[in-house]
Design a protein around this ligand. Structure first.
Ligand code: SAM
Length: 211
């Protein structure tokens, strides 16, 4: 999978490729899907949600360009798989999930597998997670109608935010970079680019889609 579907399709960052190789995806899917754990496609998890396609996980984490000593915020813990991968390319991951059962299971799974640098929280991730802000990188693994202002506001100077934006089922991947140096009294400035088409489950919350 790593050689063919990730490196073979353009993922270059050796830290991301090593992390994708290290995390056992079969541990993050149900028994019925284990035979397909290394197929390059999204798979169903509980509560009508999905574990994302490996290429997309790697592509989004590469786009974050996380500093090795940085803290990342992930919105949409799901199975915990992407958080586990992300935790191997930076120092600490804070991840927020709105469905209690998923958050509980992911926290248990990540602890059992030894991913001690991941903290799972239950909440509306469209509001970010203010107690640990600012973050060196923010990734949302569900698609919203627009980039939530709360998330942009929790980005550290120089940090990237990567998330799917657009109509349900057919979004484009947006990357926002905070380019200012964070000096007091100066308004932050941001740059935005688009990284291609994706299809994610909806980001539901105060600054996302209605439930
Ligand atoms: N990153 C996950 C993984 O590796 O398994 C896949 C995430 S799945 C594609 C999207 C997740 O986002 C779902 O678990 C969904 O419940 C969650 N979600 C949707 N809206 C959310 C919100 N406002 N805050 C937190 N999580 C949200």
């Amino acid at each position: 999978m790593v050689a063919h579907d990730l490196a073979g399709r353009g993922v270059r960052d050796p830290r991301v490729l090593a992390a994708m190789e290290a995390v056992p995806r079969e541990e993050f899917v149900g028994l019925a899907h284990r035979d397909h754990a290394y197929a390059d496609r999204a798979l169903p998890i509980e509560d009508g949600q999905t574990i994302s396609q490996p290429f997309v996980v790697a592509f989004m984490i590469e786009a974050l360009d996380m500093p090795a000593d940085g803290t990342a915020l992930e919105i949409g813990t799901g199975s915990g798989y992407a958080a586990a991968v992300l935790s191997l390319v930076c120092a600490r991951v804070v991840t927020v999930e709105r469905i209690a059962r998923l958050a509980g299971r992911a926290a248990e799974r990540l602890a059992r597998l030894g991913y001690a640098d991941v903290e799972v929280h239950l909440g509306d991730g469209t509001l970010g997670w203010p107690p640990d802000a600012p973050y060196d990188g923010i990734v949302a693994t569900a698609g919203g109608p627009s980039v939530p202002e709360a998330l942009v506001g929790q980005l550290a100077p120089g940090g990237f935010l990567v998330m799917p934006v657009g109509p349900l089922g057919a979004q484009h991947l947006v990357r926002v970079r905070r380019v200012d140096d964070g000096r007091p009294g100066e308004d932050p400035t941001y740059e935005q680019d688009e990284l291609g088409g994706v299809a994610f489950v909806p980001l539901i919350g105060a600054q996302g889609w209605p439930a």
